[in-house]
Design a protein around this ligand. Structure first.
Ligand SMILES: NC(=O)c1ccc[n+]([C@@H]2O[C@H](COP(=O)([O-])OP(=O)(O)OC[C@H]3O[C@@H](n4cnc5c(N)ncnc54)[C@H](O)[C@@H]3O)[C@@H](O)[C@H]2O)c1
Ligand SMILES: O=C(O)C1=N[C@H](C(=O)O)CCC1
Length: 266
């Protein structure tokens, strides 16, 4: 298989560390450098707890892309940094695979236009876990028949964005196949603001944050005399790595920005 050269942004994070391991374990992946918030000028091997890789650390993505010419950028940082990194990658002809969540629909449309303008592939994947993609697809199918639905997403308490990218994406997929409808009692009130959760097209999304959790989601459907629950659990970050690998390979074949791995895993 042809070698794919990679830069990872966010290498000391929970996901970044797994992604660095993935590049080590995948024969045709070659990690050229990493982009961090500190440690400019050091080598990755000098950092405690990181693999013994003699590759440079940059804190400035522009400098990184001037000195290195990777095929793919994997970004696992924060929404603010992810936006900047994605644009910088496209400007430098590097294909971005963005796992970072918290992008708005406007961000995605703007970045897609930019990718198409440069005829370069890009992937924004709110969830890399194959089981989570299936959960979203199953939920979309179920919503055709059971349009009353609420989404319950549960994550670790270090998560910055709410609702999760996965919950947002699930609601968008469901909104594609059902009429917008207000759920619950027409005269319901919230005695404590937020009690009914966030709302997208009449669907309610509830976000739970607790230590001990990784990434979990239930999509609950209700109809007369029955309920259906579709649930996915990521119990560790290794769950996301087959999807990262697939995305790195797939992004080389694209010439637009794809939002969601359901477009890659048909
Ligand atoms: N798509 C998925 O399947 C998936 C799975 C898990 C997490 N995520 C998302 O990935 C992102 C990271 O999650 P995490 O759990 O690894 O978070 P984390 O806080 O453990 O790691 C984020 C890392 O990014 C670094 N960082 C922040 N700004 C940076 C910048 N400008 N340059 C370089 N590094 C920078 C931080 O220092 C930190 O080390 C979040 O947005 C999260 O929602 C996505
Ligand atoms: O740990 C996180 O943060 C995760 N975020 C994604 C989301 O927002 O949907 C996916 C799962 C893990």
């Amino acid at each position: 298989m042809k070698e794919i050269t990679i830069i990872i942004a966010g290498p000391r994070g929970n996901m970044g560390m797994e992604a660095v391991k993935l590049t080590e374990q995948t024969e045709h992946f070659k990690l050229l450098a990493v982009v961090d918030t500190k440690n400019e000028g050091k080598r990755l091997s000098e950092l405690d707890g990181m693999p013994n890789l003699d590759i440079p650390i940059y804190t400035d993505i522009e400098k990184c892309f001037t000195e290195q010419q990777p095929d793919v950028l994997i970004d696992l940082t924060s929404p603010e940094s992810g936006r900047v990194h994605l644009e910088a990658a496209i400007d430098h002809g590097v294909r971005p695979v963005i796992g970072t969540t918290g992008f708005s629909q406007e961000d995605i449309e703007r970045l897609r236009a930019k990718a198409e303008d440069k005829e370069i592939g890009a992937i924004i994947a709110p969830n890399f876990a194959i089981g989570a993609i299936l959960m979203m697809k199953f939920a979309q199918t179920a919503a055709r028949y059971m349009p009353d639905v609420e989404i319950l997403e549960m994550h670790h308490d270090k998560k910055l964005d709410a609702p999760s990218g996965t919950a947002h994406k699930t609601a968008q997929l469901i909104a594609e196949v059902r009429e917008a409808k207000k759920q619950g009692h027409p005269q319901e009130t919230e005695d404590l603001p937020g009690a009914r959760g966030a709302e997208l097209d009449g669907m309610r999304i509830h976000s739970i944050r607790l230590p001990g959790l990784v990434a979990h989601q239930e999509v609950l459907f209700g109809g007369p005399g029955q309920t259906l629950t579709i649930r996915h659990d990521s119990i560790n970050r290794a769950s996301f790595m087959p999807g990262v690998r697939l995305s790195v390979e797939a992004v080389l074949t694209l010439n637009t920005l794809v939002y969601g791995l359901e477009h890659i895993i048909e």
